[in-house]
Design a protein. Structure first.
Length: 594
């Protein structure tokens, strides 16, 4: 806003300043010389105007004096004095105006020079600040990438199956302190939003690995909310989307551990979608492919547990396709083959549940070969021995069912037994080792029973029952342990029945039934699809009915056969193509009617 000016020459000077500030370069002065020339022209015009005005005033005064002198000839001295005073005043005014004009001109030049200097310095400071900000962001991003890579290494090493299990906690705590510092120093910083998100993700993963699942879940939920509330242009950044996919994957795994199957499926499915979308824009990004492979593996695993076996199989096959490409690439990592073997193992399980035993056998063979290669390369890592033992557990059954090879089946179970015995020597408190050791003992007892070695069968089964009972007592909420303990009790009942000890057989059968009831009362889910769980439950009920029949309780036996028949009828309606269910239903139906 320009001040109002009455003086036309002041208005012209304002016009010069306005022209200097024109936004259109064509309307501005080309240089300072033109500005000064314009000011000088205004000053000359003003000076001439002042002189004309003074001359006019002098002429008017003189004419009035002359007229007055003519009238009053006696007063000429006073007229001369007045004229002389007017001339002196005019001279003083002229000199003063000239001095003020020169001073004002110098002030304008000084102000312009000062403003140019300050503007140049401000631009240099702005440029330096931007360079510093970019350098600091680059440094922090690099530090974050290094910290994330180190954390990935720690999380892979941090395993209950690792001999360095306890010693890694210190490193994890150091990593946690690093991420906490990042969050403190970047609070409220919108430029470093990605680094903050990655730090939060790192903290959540550390909490999960240290066993505080509740705290890890809270951090992951908060992270997902923060990403959701980001502006759209920030949310679409590749780094933010990658962090979102990783957070969804970790959240899905946390929900899996907590037994929240539906929520886990939702998060894992979303993580798969995010990683697939990113790979369309960065198809050569191997880290993205690794994350997609893992997300597909966990998603398929949860689909299988939920009973959607066909979709689960497709997800696992997609995961295998991604991981095989990584494992065969020049940049292959050890973890690529490890997760590929996990996928092959999962495909084997799904095929068993789908009654595709030949394909299951082939998948478990592939997985066992992968773990064997890893074990040969890294014999000091117990995880590979353990995973190989798990493969052998299923290969023991499938060798007999697919090939009818009892010798190979026995060899697989014996190898599993030896692997787990070795692992337990070094880590006897490991629950997973104990769990699978108990399972192979149950199988070995079954083999001894088939061979007519009842005493050995009883002895071996008793060892399995002791282990499973201790595991159940330590964690009654573990539905898988409860389920396996129920099957082992039922197997012991069958052994007693073979020995004509029907009272003892019924006692064990009733214990098995009560364990199934315990699972249902607590609403817990096992790691099996519902149809597999219910099929095994119907087998235990049928065994109980058979024991009652032998004990000459025909009426009660009929009730149990009817219960088993109801379960199998419901399963047959859900899975009409499953021959195992149809055969079992025919067998139970004939016993129930008789």
């Amino acid at each position: 806003e320009w001040p109002e000016v009455a003086d036309p020459f002041e208005e012209q000077r304002l016009g010069v300043l306005k022209k200097c500030l024109q936004l259109d370069p064509a309307k501005r002065y080309s240089d300072v010389r033109e500005v000064l020339e314009h000011f000088e022209k205004i000053e000359r015009d003003e000076k001439l105007a002042i002189e004309r005005q003074e001359n006019e005033e002098r002429e008017l005064v003189l004419s009035e004096k002359v007229a007055a002198g003519r009238r009053r000839l006696g007063h000429w001295r006073w007229a001369a004095i007045g004229l002389f005073a007017g001339l002196i005043a005019s001279l003083i005014l002229n000199v003063t105006s000239e001095s003020r004009l020169v001073k004002r001109r110098q002030e304008i030049v000084d102000l312009k020079a000062s403003s140019q200097r300050e503007l140049g310095e401000a631009k240099r400071e702005e440029r330096r600040a931007k360079e510093d900000a970019l350098r600091l962001k680059s440094n922090l991003t690099y530090a974050q990438s290094t910290a994330d890579a180190f954390l990935e290494f720690l999380l892979n090493a941090k395993s209950p199956n690792s001999p360095e299990y306890q010693s890694i906690d210190g490193y994890l705590n150091s990593a946690r302190h690093h991420y906490e510092r990042v969050l403190r120093t970047t609070e409220g910083d919108k430029v470093l939003a990605v680094e903050r998100l990655r730090a939060q993700l790192g903290l959540a993963r550390i909490e999960a690995q240290l066993g505080d699942l509740e705290k890890a879940g809270a951090k992951l939920d908060q992270l997902l909310r923060e990403i959701e509330n980001l502006p759209p242009e920030v949310k679409q950044l590749s780094d933010v989307e990658e962090t979102l996919g990783a957070a969804l994957l970790e959240t899905g795994k946390a929900k899996m551990t907590a037994g929240l199957r539906a929520e886990a499926l939702e998060k894992l499915q979303e993580s798969v979608r995010v990683f697939k979308k990113q790979l369309t824009t960065a198809p050569q990004n191997l880290d993205l492919k690794r994350r997609l492979g893992r997300a597909l593996f966990y998603y398929g695993q949860q689909l299988a547990r939920a009973g959607d076996l066909k979709t689960a199989l497709k997800s696992e096959e997609s995961a295998m396709q991604v991981l095989e490409g990584l494992a065969q690439s020049a940049d292959a990592r050890e973890e690529d083959e490890y997760y590929l073997a996990l996928c092959q193992f999962e495909v084997g399980l799904i095929c068993i549940w789908e009654n595709e035993n030949i394909r299951a056998f082939e998948s478990f063979q592939l997985a066992s070969r992968g773990y064997s290669r890893l074990m040969d390369e890294k014999p000091h890592i117990p995880e590979y021995r353990f995973q190989l033992a798990r493969c052998l557990y299923y290969l023991g059954d499938l060798s007999f069912q697919v090939k009818g090879d009892e010798e190979e089946s026995a060899l697989a179970r014996q190898s599993m037994y030896e692997l787990l015995a070795l692992l337990l020597e070094k880590d006897e408190a490991n629950r997973e080792y104990q769990y699978y050791f108990a399972l192979v003992l149950v199988d070995l007892a079954e083999m001894a029973r088939d061979a007519g070695e009842r005493e050995s069968a009883f002895e071996t089964l008793e060892k399995a029952l002791i282990i499973l009972s201790e595991l159940h007592k330590a964690d009654p909420e573990d539905a898988d342990v409860t389920f396996r303990l129920a099957l082992a009790r039922s197997a012991e009942g069958d052994l007693h029945l073979d020995s004509k000890e029907t009272a003892k057989a019924l006692e064990q059968m009733e214990k098995a039934e009560s364990l199934f009831q315990e699972i249902e009362d607590k609403g817990r889910k096992t790691g099996l699809p519902d149809h597999v769980y219910r099929f095994r439950e119907s087998a235990v009920i049928s065994s109980h009915a058979h024991a009652l029949e032998v004990h000459q309780e025909a009426g009660k036996a009929a009730e149990y056969f009817k219960r088993a028949q109801e379960i199998l009828t419901e399963l047959a309606a859900q899975r009409p193509a499953d021959e195992r269910i149809g055969d079992a239903l025919k067998a139970v139906g004939s016993r129930s009617s008789s």
